[in-house]
Design a protein around this ligand. Structure first.
Ligand code: NAD
Length: 340
């Protein structure tokens, strides 16, 4: 469905991984797009019609960001992989609360009609995620609440805020719970990268140096599901168009252990690795998405297999590692298909 050309959309966090891809996706659908972030995207220029550097912890900046917008996709957050979110509880709770409370209220004041909030599978209680062979999480499993980290608590309270703004002010809110989104052009080094990107980097380094040892946090038996960015964008867009206002999972429901994830990436890289298990933040023992509601509501679910998605992602990260080591920009053959 092509958008009315006059529909204006704000993407917050447009300098980040999902937001950067989303700007391109929405522009291609015919929307007029404003991107806002603390920084420009790191790996390619934004295609936003307008891109503003604004700190959304500040109320005045939120008013400025949402002015004249019909719809908001709220993605801005201080976040990262397990290493980051298990070590910065105060900062995450403080920053993300300010961002989300101010952005939502500014959207209301500026007459935004639809607002999509990006929550996380981290809202689900620890007590349901103690086994690697976990029962997939349904949306209603979130209560009684016991998220593992401050990151999850903040997401949960912002979900509530969206619900109350819809019920009391009539602002049409949508709430998505992502389960580990991965793909090219996301953080792959520096501490904020997540497991798929970190393992792609380590395996690319093993391939380039010839040292097959790859460090893995924990015993490698912890499980997750991983969803490719292209499926994430399709799901986000479909949800925004839908009438469904309760929180909904968006992820793959095909679970693998972190060791299996490393093996798949090593196969893609074409090398044999030696996995070295070291102490490190592991998060919950097991997590998987129950996609029953996603199928019911959107008549759709993620389609890209882990192997296919990782092939594109690995090739992009290998290129980044190579560039960093040699200082030369090299275009790997076939990289254009990343943007399919
Ligand atoms: P990301 O870190 O790549 O992007 C978030 C962006 O928000 C960053 O570019 C950051 O600079 C920006 N930001 C942080 N503080 C800001 C501020 N004060 N003002 C303006 N911008 C600010 O993360 P992502 O993976 O693209 O995630 C997007 C959203 O999806 C986040 O809300 C995240 O919590 C949620 N989410 C992502 C995943 C995932 O697997 N990637 C999983 C669950 C939830």
């Amino acid at each position: 469905m092509a958008a009315d050309k006059k529909t204006t959309v704000l993407v917050t966090g447009a300098g980040g991984f999902i937001g950067h891809h989303l700007v391109t996706y929405l522009k291609n659908k015919g929307y007029w797009v404003r991107g806002v972030d603390l920084k420009f995207p790191e790996f390619s220029d934004s295609e936003a019609h307008e891109f503003e550097i604004l700190d959304l912890r500040r109320w005045d900046n939120c008013l400025r960001a949402t002015r004249g917008m019909d719809q908001v996709y709220a993605l801005a957050a201080d976040m990262g992989g397990m290493g980051f979110i298990s070590a910065h509880h105060a900062k995450i709770l403080h920053n993300n609360t300010l961002i989300n409370f101010h952005t939502l209220e500014a959207a209301r004041i500026n007459g935004v009609t639809r607002y999509l909030y990006t929550s996380s599978a981290c809202v689900y209680p620890e007590y349901r995620q103690k086994d690697a062979d976990v029962v997939p999480l349904k949306e209603e499993d979130v209560y009684p609440a016991q998220p593992q980290d401050a990151y999850g608590w903040e997401k949960l309270i912002s979900e509530h805020l969206c619900r109350h703004y819809r019920e009391e002010y009539g602002l049409e809110t949508r709430i998505v719970r992502f389960h580990n989104i991965f793909g090219p052009r996301g953080s792959w080094e520096g501490g904020r990268e997540k497991a798929p990107a970190a393992l792609c980097r380590k395996i690319a380094e093993a391939k380039l140096t010839g040292d097959p040892t790859v460090e893995i946090w924990g015993d490698g038996q912890q499980t997750r599901s991983f969803c490719h960015i292209n499926d994430c964008l399709t799901g986000l867009y479909k949800l925004m168009q839908s009438d469904h206002h309760d929180p909904i999972n968006l992820g793959q429901d095909c679970m693998v252990s972190i060791d299996e994830l490393a093996d798949i990436i090593a196969r893609i890289a074409g090398i044999t690795i030696i996995k070295k298990h070291i102490p490190g933040p592991e998060g919950v023992r097991g997590r998987n998405s129950d996609n029953t509601r996603l199928r019911q509501v959107l008549g759709w679910e993620p389609e890209i297999s882990l192997e296919e998605g990782l092939t594109y992602t690995y090739r992009w990260i290998e290129q980044q590692v190579l560039q960093k080591r040699t200082g030369r920009k090299t275009e790997l053959p076939g990289l254009a298909c990343l943007a399919r």
